[in-house]
Design a protein around this ligand. Structure first.
Ligand code: NAP
Length: 266
């Protein structure tokens, strides 16, 4: 069976370098190029700390897809670059697997329509950790019975977007089943703006950013006399890689955009 040819965008990043290590260990995948704003024209093995691949580094996404024959783009960059990479990949018939978070609703809608129009598979997942996907699913289940809920997400202090893509996705899943309600006291006032967190449909999301953290989330449900907490911790970025691999294997078989890893699980 021929290998799936993969381009990784963001290879020097915390997630991107982990994706390279995953590809190195997987005989069904072949790294054919990387997209990086530094090291243009070099090979991956020339970059300190990266695995021993002889795959060229491009800084221009169009040039990369014009030159290299690729099946899948794995994007682990920034919201701005990730959006450009994803759109360009779809236009070139390269299937994106996107871990980058922070895309707007409008961008997601546009990419969904573009993938459908071109008949190109794409997977965008704000969280590739299987445990986190289960945490979101369990939260959706619980919200049917506990409409009062607050989400506390904790991430490392280099994260660019807040609240996290996972917390927004969790709130959206909860929204599907939760009876609409504004939580807290009707006359509640913030004496310091932001004290009660971000608001989605009356639910609150609190974002903590500290060195030492990776990716953690608690979904706390309250009702009279009881609390239910559903919690997930990613202690290492390796935790995301089985989901990235699952998405790569899946994306080559589909012809539309799928948002969320939960749609790939049984
Ligand atoms: P990171 O360590 O900061 O890596 C980001 C990479 O993108 C770096 O290599 C960076 O290069 C590159 N980059 C930044 N700006 C760029 C630009 N203008 N053009 C080209 N490349 C650029 O971040 P990370 O922790 O790996 O996270 C990457 C993304 O994955 C984030 O959106 C994060 O939220 C997301 N994430 C997703 C999951 C998931 O399961 N879906 C899990 C964790 C993180 P420089 O060094 O030159 O800046």
């Amino acid at each position: 069976m021929s290998k799936i040819k993969v381009v990784v965008a963001g290879p020097r990043g915390k997630m991107g370098s982990e994706a390279l290590r995953m590809i190195e260990k997987d005989d069904s995948l072949e790294l054919v190029a990387c997209l990086d704003r530094q090291n243009k024209g070099k090979q991956v093995y020339e970059i300190d700390g990266l695995p021993n691949f002889d795959a060229y580094i491009y800084d221009d996404v169009e040039e990369c897809f014009q030159t290299v024959e690729a099946d899948v783009l794995v994007d682990l960059t920034t919201p701005k670059m990730g959006y450009i990479h994803t759109k360009t990949a779809i236009n070139y018939g390269v299937r994106p697997v996107v871990g980058t978070t922070g895309f707007t609703k409008e961008q997601l809608e546009e990419l969904t329509n573009l993938a459908e129009e071109k008949g190109i598979g794409a997977i965008i997942a704000p969280n590739f950790a299987v445990g986190a996907v289960l945490m979101m699913q369990f939260s959706k289940w619980a919200a049917k019975y506990f409409p009062d809920v607050e989400i506390i997400e904790r991430h490392h202090d280099q994260k660019l977007d807040a609240p996290s893509g996972t917390s927004i996705k969790t709130a959206e899943l909860i929204q599907e089943v939760r009876e609409q309600k504004k939580q807290g006291h009707p006359d509640e006032k913030e004496t310091i703006p932001g004290a009660r967190g971000a608001d989605i449909d009356g639910m609150k999301i609190h974002s903590v950013r500290l060195p030492g953290l990776i990716a953690h989330q608690e979904v706390v449900f309250g009702s009279s006399g009881q609390n239910l907490t559903i919690k997930h911790d990613s202690f290492h970025r390796e935790s995301f890689m089985s989901g990235v691999k699952l998405a790569i294997d899946h994306v080559v078989k589909i012809d539309l955009l799928v948002y969320g890893l939960e749609n790939l699980l049984d």
